[in-house]
Design a protein around this ligand. Sequence first.
Ligand code: ATP
Ligand code: MG
Ligand code: MG
Ligand code: MG
Length: 473
Amino acid sequence: MKGFEVRQRFLQFFKERGHEVVPSSPLIPVDDPTLLFTNAGMVQFKKVFLGEETRPYKRATSCQKCMRAGGKHNDLENVGYTARHHTFFEMLGNFSFGDYFKEEAISYAWEFITQVLGLPKERIYVTVYKEDDEAAQLWKKIAGLSEERIVRLGEKDNFWMMGDTGPCGPCSEIIFDQGEGFGCQSPQCGPGCDCDRFLEIWNLVFMQYERNEKGELKPLPKGCIDTGMGLERITAVLQGVPSNYDTDLFKGIIDKISEITGKAFKENKETEVAFKVIADHIRAATFLLAEGIVPSNEGRGYVLRRIIRRAERFGRLLGLKDPFLYQIVPSVVAEYKEVYPEVLQGQEFAEKVIRVEEEKFLETLETGLNILEKEVAQLKEKGVNLIPGDLIFKLYDTYGFPYDLVRDYAIGMGFTLDTEGFEKLREKAREESRKSWKGALEKLPEFIKEKAKEGVQTFFVGYDTLEASAKIL
Ligand code: ATP
Ligand code: MG
Ligand code: MG
Ligand code: MG
């Protein structure tokens, strides 16, 4: 089953069960200053959960563009090293606003994965929040799962929060056992382990509270349901491939990287990591640019800059010396233009901006890398395997090296980093620069300035997106 069809079948399934098909909202949360990016399907319904807004429907379903790079949910540094994490990804979800609750949510999920998708029951586990006996009982009743298949976990895994504040509640997750070959070597490896064997595919959140700034939980007016299933993950399971990056959703992108580098995705461990990073990051960058976010030194723009630079650095590891990322944009557009027409509308702009950003970065990358290599060699001679904070800061400040680049390099060399020392220096520099800030738009090329002035909310994301979402079905 192709990714496109998985998306379609999910929305269709819930539509047939009385859910309104709601289009994805932008990656830039509309009207929510607490969030850097939309990080889950529920974000656009936050006020409905809180009882602050009513809609003409009590059940909804969506396929939501999500970004997890920065803020409470941040997977940037996982990308490349796991089979299942992206910065940008799509989240399928069904929602109940005070309508149905745990029992129906579990029934729908079970029916969808076993009847519609045909996943074999013997490879499925579920997790529940440690105190949630009700959910455990329901799993036994509805799915006939035995006690060993129902794993109780604590807050970290089974209490979901959108951010530090906002709607939250205990959750129950559906896990697919990928088989021993995917596991880590730990004797404790089991559902809830951070490795890729027990793959978390779907999270059913039983929204019951609102968390305030003090961390207090206040019950919501009514119990609600919020679920989220990663499209790329479930597609990987259905296609029987070892990672999200091996699905048809990534094929065009991976092939293009192969063509540019003359290397194969799985030639060795290094190429595999690099391909994953580049494939993920160019997809994220294309989607961010389509919403008018441009590279900068602060906030969302800085996340975009880090993403582009991290991809660039991995391109270097594959032997590329010239700007190359912008050439992959058309492959991203080809895969997504039907569902998200904003990427097609933003294509030319994205290619231009990425190319400019690559050129700027490449100028300093070489110098920065040389310094890092030299310093690391000296430290090694002294028997030190810690990269000091002031070196990380110097690279960051003078050569535009984001922290994660140094981190990726350090991992490769068996070094650790003085992150705290670096953070302190960066905070100090930030305060100083705030005093002398003259407007970030000043240094941008003309065409970017023009686009950025149009404002991010209306930029490329208009009625076409709504129409396209309706057309998926
Ligand atoms: P994990 O434990 O694997 O990091 P999570 O518990 O952080 O996942 P949730 O916040 O529960 O994820 O999000 C709901 C679903 O969205 C997950 O079950 C998964 O299918 C998908 N998902 C979450 N994070 C990512 C990501 N970074 N890339 C791709 N899919 C993701
Ligand atoms: Mg996570
Ligand atoms: Mg998890
Ligand atoms: Mg989860």
